[in-house]
Design a binder for this molecule. Structure first.
Ligand code: MRU
Length: 372
């Protein structure tokens, strides 16, 4: 994706120094485009936990690079010491955030790759470096394919509307900032825009951290896609008045039966879409599918973050970035970060292999090798 005309991914190894991982510090967007350097597993764990990086795919890619740093800095005195240090770092990374399944998936993929590399420590480090790069490249390639498959939905609506702008509503940020490149929910939108299809995006602000207002609006703007930021509660009203043609959201964990965990508030959008006959699609790479989980509502762990994120907002004022308290000092706040939308409310899943029904049969029709 281009920023001020230059191509960036959201994570990469520092040119000339492959012991340093570079990321975009997303806490500072849209006001400042800042690059941060991560050199230790502690840096990586903090960056994930405190959301310098966030979004399912990028959390996975960052954990992949984190495991590479773990291997790089593990003791080389004996294989057992090396393995013990890497295992402790794996546990530390897995504990940073609970909902996005890509995190554990990437850590486990790294552990398997290192184990398969044999008894030589150097070979294990090389495998970790290779696998981190593979995870990142695969994420970008999958998102690109999601764009190719998802754009057909937008094209069909554009044909019906005789070229009038297709209005897509999205929630949170499942854009390129949430992945390594392209994004998932935004990939069909970028593909449509690049093909000359008129598209306009309603961007939910997405309290409490405002990933929609801060990140999705910023990246759509960088790509030149027309968009409007709305408050989180506006979507239902817009759907009642025929102002939304299609909802596309991302996912942090999808069960193999099609239940979808995504940023808090997604479920309410799905209910409104269902009530108003608006198609509600979820775009996700297969790394976001949990092949062990059947019942999303009962089984997906929902992250509860610090209530400070609800109590205090930050933004730019005339004298710089400021934090303000937005509620009574003495009131309690709760911060549930995700919710689960049941498969029955999902019109379809847009994956790197195509679009399928949000059901066990639909998911396995695209991924038959995962059936056990
Ligand atoms: O808490 P975040 O910002 O890491 O949440 C992830 C998200 O941005 C959303 O839930 C998104 O829609 C899916 S992640 C690709």
């Amino acid at each position: 994706m281009n920023v001020h005309g230059q191509h960036y991914r959201t994570i990469w190894l520092k040119p000339g120094d492959p012991t340093v991982v570079q990321i975009i510090d997303q806490r500072r967007l849209p006001f400042e485009f800042a690059i941060e350097e991560l050199t230790t597993v502690a840096d990586v764990a903090l960056a994930i936990k405190e959301m310098h990086v966030r979004g399912a795919g990028l959390i996975g890619a960052t954990a992949g690079y984190g495991m590479y740093l773990a291997a790089l800095h593990a003791p080389r005195t004996a294989l057992t010491a090396f393995q013990a240090a890497v295992a402790a770092d794996a546990a530390r990374l897995k504990a940073t955030r609970p909902t996005a399944v890509n995190l554990a998936w990437a850590v486990d993929r790294q552990l398997a790759a290192m184990a398969a590399a044999g008894e030589e420590i150097d070979a294990r480090i090389a495998a970790a470096a290779r696998t981190a790069q593979e995870i990142a490249d695969e994420d970008a390639a999958f998102c690109r394919s999601i764009g190719e498959h998802g754009v057909t939905l937008i094209e069909e609506i554009a044909r019906r509307k005789h070229g009038a702008p297709v209005n897509v509503l999205t929630h949170c940020n499942a854009g390129w900032l949430a992945f390594v490149d392209y994004g998932t929910a935004t990939a069909p939108i970028y593909t449509a825009h690049d093909r000359g299809i008129a598209v306009h995006v309603w961007v939910d602000e997405t309290r409490p951290r405002n990933q929609g207002a801060r990140l999705t609006a910023w990246e759509l703007g960088q790509h030149g896609v027309p968009h409007t930021v709305i408050v989180d509660n506006a979507g239902g009203h817009l759907m009642q008045h025929g102002l939304v043609d299609l909802v596309i959201v991302g996912s942090d964990r999808t069960t193999y039966t099609g239940d979808v965990a995504n940023k808090i508030g997604t479920y309410l959008k799905a209910l409104a879409a269902h009530d108003n006959g608006v198609p509600f699609y979820v775009a996700l790479p297969s790394s976001t599918i949990d092949w062990e989980m059947r019942d999303g509502l009962a089984e997906i762990p929902i992250e509860e973050r610090d209530a400070t994120e609800v109590r205090i907002m930050d933004g730019r004022s005339s004298d710089g970035i400021r934090e303000i308290l937005i509620m009574p000092e003495s009131s309690r706040a709760a911060n549930y970060a995700f919710d689960v939308t049941p498969a029955r409310l999902v019109s379809g899943l847009i994956t790197e292999r195509g679009v399928c029904a949000a059901s066990e049969a639909g998911v396995f029709s695209l991924y038959p090798e995962k059936r056990r």
